[in-house]
Design a protein around this ligand. Structure first.
Ligand SMILES: [Ca+2]
Ligand SMILES: [Ca+2]
Length: 285
């Protein structure tokens, strides 16, 4: 009888571990903000930050539609975006971080912004599709995805870019992770390493000295789906965006894969499932 119970326990434990592998939940270590865009987290013009305190505000008329995980926001390319705020204390001290999102678009021609951390003023960074706008004007680069990062130093704005043509404007869901890693050196500057992963594949890196550069504090609101140029927004996104997260540290490839595989909407994670099962085992005896 006793060995029977042991076998039962063993079987249940194996089942629990298999279940967790099948529905990998997201990494929460270092998670700062998480906007699910699920229907229950979009209330009028407010999109709830389910992890932190940075509730976003909708401008225009994006729609809540079936997404990659639960629901997503669909942007029509005309005046739609979400203001994610300045991200509070995180925005003020941000230097090393991870941005993550799912997106879906089939627009290969119009300049579109996935995210932009600060209008047109240095310092800022943003992720642009089909082109990028900087102080010299709009550069159209069809079917591309570009990370545009500009930082301030004594002689003014210093922009750099990474990215390329990845064939991802194909009407399917794609996962992007942008890691901005800033390692301080001697207290006066540091080394910046920017890494991009698309659908868990390594897609490029910029690694260089940023001695004497001022890294972004976000003193202006971070825009999702558009770029903030003073009083007006430009480069509006045409497509869907889902499961947007910021972390205060670089995610490892293993963690990127875990988030990529997670299909569990935030509110239905099996919290307390283990204790419930243990409770019923005890009762059965
Ligand atoms: Ca969602
Ligand atoms: Ca619109």
């Amino acid at each position: 009888m006793k060995s029977g119970i042991h076998f039962l326990l063993f079987a249940i434990i194996i089942a629990i571990f298999s279940l967790n592998t099948a529905t990998a939940t997201i990494v929460t270590d270092g998670l700062v903000s998480y906007w699910t865009f699920d229907r229950i987290h979009v209330i009028d013009e407010t999109v709830k930050d389910v992890w932190g305190d940075n509730n976003g505000t909708i401008t225009g008329n994006p729609k809540v539609v079936p997404g990659h995980v639960g629901e997503a926001l669909e942007f029509d390319g005309a005046a739609d975006f979400v203001n994610l705020t300045t991200l509070g204390d995180f925005g003020r001290k941000m230097g090393t971080s991870t941005f993550e999102a799912w997106f879906k678009t089939s627009n290969k021609t119009d300049w579109m912004t996935l995210i932009n951390t600060r209008g047109a003023e240095c310092p800022y960074w943003g992720i642009q599709l089909n082109g990028v706008k900087d102080r010299e004007g709009l550069h159209i680069a069809k079917e591309t995805i570009l990370i545009h990062n500009s930082m301030t130093r004594e002689k003014g704005c210093q922009p750099y870019m990474t990215g390329g043509k990845f064939n991802i404007q194909d009407g399917e869901w794609h996962h992007i992770v942008y890691i901005n890693e800033y390692r301080k050196e001697d207290g006066i500057g540091g080394r910046g390493i920017d890494t991009v992963y698309i659908d868990t594949e390594f897609r490029g890196v910029v690694n260089g000295s940023r001695r004497g550069w001022i890294n972004f504090p976000f003193t202006e609101p971070v825009y999702l789906g558009a770029r903030n140029f003073g009083e007006k927004s430009e480069g509006h996104f045409d497509g869907m965006i889902d499961e947007v997260r910021f972390y205060d540290r670089p995610l490892t490839l293993k963690e990127i894969r875990q988030n990529f595989e997670s299909m569990t909407p935030y509110d239905v994670e099996p919290i307390g499932k283990l204790s419930t099962l243990w409770g019923s085992i005890k009762n059965a005896k």
